[in-house]
Unconditional design. Structure first.
Length: 193
């Protein structure tokens, strides 16, 4: 009889230990599912044509939330941003940094009066639109950015609503940088792509 009680007690203890282990695993998974999008990466879906040909409408991927906090935001980074008026999330490219003066003349980017090459622009794509580099980006008067302001523009200049029309974005509007596309094709888009 004592052996049967001992066996039942051992089975109950074993069942309780396995249940506690399972609950521990479930709690860890739930915590990770909630913490990863808050602190590490965030899912994004590209909506619209403003980043063609770098990113296409419907591209799905992840943006790095951690990287801008640690490594900062640099010119030509691809960033995810929340448009404050609509609450929509956009993917754009950083063109101007805080304190800089930004202008476009004859398709050339000027930062603080100096011409800056935009090597990420795709000449084959530009020519396919029936335009040239000199008229792909419309002329824009100088804009001087404040301390926490960033000038964000889509790669598909004729078809992008961005800082040229709505003004600069605040640092707090930028929620991640780089784009790790996984659907429909895998690719990593950083500041040189």
């Amino acid at each position: 009889m004592d052996e049967q009680r001992l066996a039942k007690k051992t089975k109950r203890e074993s069942f309780l230990l396995e249940t506690v282990d399972l609950l521990r695993i479930v709690i860890i998974i739930v915590v990770l599912v909630y913490l990863i999008p808050i602190f590490v990466v965030r899912p994004e879906t590209v909506s619209g044509r403003s980043m063609l040909p770098t990113l296409e409408d419907g591209d799905r991927g992840l943006t790095n939330i951690f990287s801008p906090l640690i490594f900062g935001i640099h010119r030509f980074d691809v960033v995810a941003v929340v448009e404050p008026e609509s609450g929509d999330q956009w993917v754009k490219r950083v063109i101007g940094l805080p304190g800089e003066t930004v202008a476009y003349r004859s398709g050339v980017l000027y930062i603080n009066g100096q011409a800056v090459e935009e090597s990420f622009l795709n000449d084959e794509y530009i020519n396919g639109t029936g335009r040239t580099r000199s008229n792909f980006t419309n002329d824009m008067a100088e804009v001087t950015l404040g301390d926490n302001e960033y000038f964000l523009v889509g790669d598909n200049r004729p078809d992008s609503y961005d800082s040229r029309a709505r003004g600069p974005f605040q640092r707090s509007d930028i929620i991640g940088k780089h784009f790790y596309a996984f659907y429909p094709n895998f690719r990593i888009v950083t500041n040189d792509d």
